[in-house]
Design a protein around this ligand. Structure first.
Ligand code: MD6
Ligand code: FE
Length: 216
């Protein structure tokens, strides 16, 4: 019997677990607004390489906007109202970010999504994100809306336990993942980003993850 190995299958989109929806190209029309928003946020809260609780410097550079921002340092992972780099609150969530997130959530069947936090991840070629769960948000019933811009990447979709072998989901500029329900706690990551140049975004991949971090 020949068993087709999902994870080795060339190309194509693997079947997604329940609760994960891929909206291909959904954010493409929003590119100019999103890039303007990112520029404004980064002017106030520059990208930085955070340190994991284990003392490693993350290859992904990060910043945040919204009333809460995700940080990592020697004492752990958490959301803060204040950017530890500036001592000021994180920049305001641009309206284009929250409108896009609400529309994408709606398209995936989650009504009334009102994000209060957006983590902005910047991947230079070679940067990667190891398998993790997103578990620092207060309300785990709210979905997360994830927007990919710039260079393509391979998203790694594991299971509810870390040891599950991840499926590989190719993501391109403009793709949006809406993720919640039964899959909210699955392990996931990003394979090292390949060298390249995106016409609008340059030599980088930018990922926005919009969340409901604090109580509604
Ligand atoms: C990234 N994304 O795509 C990293 N987390 O660069 C995430 O870690 C992520 O895309 C939770 C939900 C959706 C995501
Ligand atoms: Fe995540």
């Amino acid at each position: 019997m020949i068993e087709l190995d999902l994870f080795e299958a060339p190309g194509g989109v693997p079947p997604l677990p329940p609760g994960v929806r891929l909206l291909e190209g959904f954010a493409a029309p929003w590119e100019p607004a999103l890039l303007t928003g990112i520029e404004q946020v980064v002017a106030e809260a520059p990208y930085r390489h955070m340190i994991t609780p284990g003392g490693q410097c993350m290859s992904v550079a990060m910043t945040n906007c919204g009333s809460a921002g995700w940080i990592s340092d020697r004492s752990g992972y958490r959301y803060t109202r204040i950017d530890p780099h500036s001592g000021h609150p994180w920049p305001t969530l641009p309206e284009s970010f929250s409108t896009l997130a609400r529309q994408a959530a709606e398209a995936a069947g989650f009504t009334g999504f009102a994000p209060d936090a957006c983590l902005i991840n910047r991947y230079a070629p070679g940067a990667r994100m190891s398998l993790h769960q997103d578990r620092d948000e207060h309300d785990l019933a709210a979905p997360i809306v994830s927007v990919s811009l710039g260079l393509p990447a391979v998203f790694l979709l594991g299971g509810l336990e870390r040891r599950a072998r991840p499926a590989r989901l190719p993501l391109s500029h403009g793709d949006v993942i809406v993720w919640g329900g039964a899959s909210r706690m699955i392990f996931h990551g990003v394979a090292p980003v390949a060298e390249g140049l995106h016409p609008g975004v340059g030599r980088q991949r930018i990922n926005l993850t919009l969340r409901r971090a604090a109580p509604a």
